[in-house]
Write a protein that binds this ligand. Structure first.
Ligand code: NAD
Ligand code: UDP
Length: 346
């Protein structure tokens, strides 16, 4: 614990998820009290099992689409499925979580007159026509495609944040998070890093969607969490939006090769068709975060992948745990994604 004097009671929505569980852990380490609110839609109790006996940690099962009456000093709003497979499973619920959830959390912040941070996303830039993406770029988003529930939901949430700021004087912080990876990603969530590592560890085919020439820039979770906390603690007149991520861009094909090498896997690379509206390139422009937050990522992709591989190595050896979220399927291809989404709905 480092900072008793300024200890706060902090609400983390989505605290049972990948990023949320790391955030809860870091906030507890800083001496804060943490109220984790989650409906375990995609999150897992195992992500926070080690925190349950912590005297300053509390958990509340709740869907943020409904109003929440609690007393806290700050809110981090992370609740929302984040992987394309998850957010496309029930797109209406995704939009509700982004929009109704934001309205409920903003209403709570307004009543309590407290600061609120929104976990927004690089997806607000859609399939970007400028590269790297700066915060003043308005994006290139399909409003009616399969990714729209997430992209437009998050864009609407940003609008709400800025309207509450202008209309009610609410203190807001908006982080545009780029692809982040690390321990506690859901092994079945279909995101590229978790998919490739699990496939490599099982010596199964590595499934590349499209040619593999599309790019992403991957940020290690510890770096990202440090950025979120620095943003929350930044000067009140800094609202963002601010990009948080790692500018080290790579193609999906080179990521696959790197993971095969680091896991010493026998896996072969196979190619499947590209899902609709899959962005061709993505790289954060990070100057604003560097200047205002004095923050930049420090974990190299090799170091981050090694830590993530070591997490998944332990996980794949364990018998699968029965947890009460609905995502137990494993997409193998873009066709597989669609059919699995359809069959999971039946
Ligand atoms: P995740 O799916 O692991 O975590 C999301 C959490 O929110 C889960 O625990 C889930 O159960 C919970 N949740 C979903 N709907 C809810 C609802 N209606 N009420 C209460 N809880 C609900 O995803 P993540 O990767 O940890 O992402 C966390 C946040 O960060 C999301 O808002 C996501 O959009 C944003 N983000 C993540 C990334 C990334 O690369 N991980 C990138 C951009 C933005
Ligand atoms: N991808 C892939 N194989 C997989 C999973 C994903 O080639 O098994 C691709 C996907 O089509 C996209 C990139 O990897 O181009 C990143 O996908 P992810 O779902 O992780 O994140 P997002 O598309 O939201 O950035």
């Amino acid at each position: 614990m480092k900072n008793y004097d300024s200890a706060k009671r902090i609400l983390v929505t989505g605290g049972g998820g990948f990023l949320g569980s790391h955030l809860c852990e870091h906030l507890l380490e800083l001496g804060h009290e943490v109220l984790c609110v989650d409906n375990f839609y995609t999150g897992r109790r195992s992500n926070i099992a080690h925190l349950l006996s912590h005297p300053r940690f509390e958990i509340l099962r709740h869907d943020i689409c409904f109003p929440l009456y609690v007393e806290v000093d700050e809110i981090y709003n992370l609740a929302c499925p984040a992987s394309p497979v998850h957010y496309q499973f029930d797109p209406i619920q995704t939009t509700k979580t982004s929009v109704h959830g934001a309205i409920n959390m903003l209403g709570l912040a307004k009543r309590l007159r407290i600061k609120i941070l929104q976990a927004s996303t690089s997806e607000v830039y859609g399939d970007p026509t400028i590269h790297p993406q700066t915060e003043d770029y308005w994006g290139n988003v399909n409003p009616i495609g399969v990714r729209s529930c997430y992209d437009e939901g998050k864009r609407c949430a940003e609008t709400l944040f800025f309207d509450y700021n202008r209309q009610c004087g609410l203190k807001i912080k908006v982080a545009r998070i780029f692809n982040t990876y690390g321990p506690r990603m859901h092994p079945n969530d279909g995101r590229v890093v978790s998919n490739f590592i699990v496939q490599a560890l099982k010596n199964e085919n590595i499934t590349i969607f499209g040619s593999g020439n599309q790019t992403r820039s991957f940020c290690y979770v510890d770096d990202l969490i440090e950025g979120l906390i620095k943003l929350m603690d930044s000067n009140d007149n800094f609202t963002g939006p601010v990009n948080l991520g790692n500018a080290d861009e790579s193609t999906i094909l080179s990521l696959a090769r790197k993971i095969i090498e680091l896991t010493e896997s026998q896996s072969k690379i196979v190619f499947h068709s590209l899902p609709d509206d899959d962005p061709r390139q993505r790289q954060p422009h990070l100057e604003l975060a560097k200047k205002v937050l004095n923050w930049q990522p420090i974990t190299s992709i090799d170091e981050g992948l090694r830590k993530t591989i070591s997490y998944f190595r332990t996980l794949v050896k364990k018998p699968p745990q029965q947890e009460t979220n609905i995502y137990t399927f494993r997409p193998q291809s873009s066709e597989g994604r669609i059919s699995l989404i359809q069959s999971a709905k039946k």
